[in-house]
Design a protein. Structure first.
Length: 276
């Protein structure tokens, strides 16, 4: 007879499977001393099972993994919102417009700074979030940039071939002029990592300033044209399953189809300023 005992797994995977956050985020909680196992401070590398008594910030975490299906939201982030849950300065957060979950948490995939708008992905599956953000995935992120300043063909080629930032060579995988002239010239650029302010800093390195920055694609998930700022829509189960299997290339069609037919769930309405 096979043993019914659940095998021990790494603590960060255990918590990520329960939708508490990405593995990287949970690793930082462990390092900060916020996680306990059977009353003792957890350490990186600890392994647990469903019988382990685990708490985060003093709050007990249930042992059994949620049987709820994995979900992925597409959110059109406006400028002025931050990607943290809480902010001492009481700035608006992207989480305020998302649907509520019971016993789970939304994990943001690939943050955007407060001055950048566009596509954000959220999931209740911490493992999927980690998979989509892992540097080894080489997932493309595409942005539209409105540039203030003049850039010639040689400088565009520098952006493609590589620029040194703080001792590290970075480059755009692709850069194309889209429309406009002078201070209203738009370019599309593609990067494969989500380093902080990387797109803005690369343009600054060739003497230009980014006055507008919009993320329009993450992997092959595209920001739907009919999704207004501050609203969300949900990927259909088939598209989510393809993401779980690492088949990001097929998520494009799913997003486009959803753009035409919309989601079965209505987007959340934007809250008016001053209302909670």
């Amino acid at each position: 007879m096979k043993s019914l005992t659940q095998p021990d797994i790494r603590l960060q995977k255990f918590l990520a499977d329960r939708g508490l956050g990405s593995r990287r985020k949970i690793e930082s909680w462990i390092t900060e001393g916020r996680v306990r196992i059977d009353g003792k401070l957890a350490q990186l590398g600890d392994r647990v099972n469903e019988k382990s008594r685990i708490s985060v910030d003093g709050r007990p975490i249930r042992g059994r993994q949620s049987q709820k299906s994995s979900r992925v939201l597409l959110y059109n982030k406006p400028e002025g919102e931050i990607c943290s849950r809480d902010d001492p300065g009481r700035r608006p957060t992207v989480f305020r417009n998302l649907p509520r979950l019971r016993g789970e948490r939304w994990v943001v995939v690939g943050r955007l700074d407060i001055n950048t708008r566009g596509l954000l992905l959220f999931t209740n599956n911490g493992d999927l979030a980690n998979q989509l953000m892992h540097p080894g995935s080489d997932l493309e992120r595409e942005y539209l940039c409105r540039i203030f300043g003049r850039v010639d063909d040689a400088e565009v080629e520098r952006l493609r071939s590589g620029i040194n930032l703080d001792g590290t060579e970075v480059h755009f995988k692709d850069v194309k002029r889209q429309r406009g002239e002078g201070s209203n010239t738009w370019y599309s650029v593609v990067v494969t990592e989500g380093k902080y302010r990387e797109v803005r800093r690369m343009w600054e390195a060739v003497g230009c300033r980014v006055s507008r920055l919009v993320r329009v694609r993450y992997g092959n998930v595209i920001l739907p044209r009919n999704l207004r700022q501050g609203e969300w829509t949900e990927l259909k189960p088939g598209a989510v399953n393809r993401l779980l299997k690492g088949e990001e290339g097929k998520a494009d069609a799913a997003s486009k189809k959803q753009n035409k037919h919309n989601s079965s769930r209505r987007p959340a309405r934007r809250k008016r300023a001053g209302k909670k």
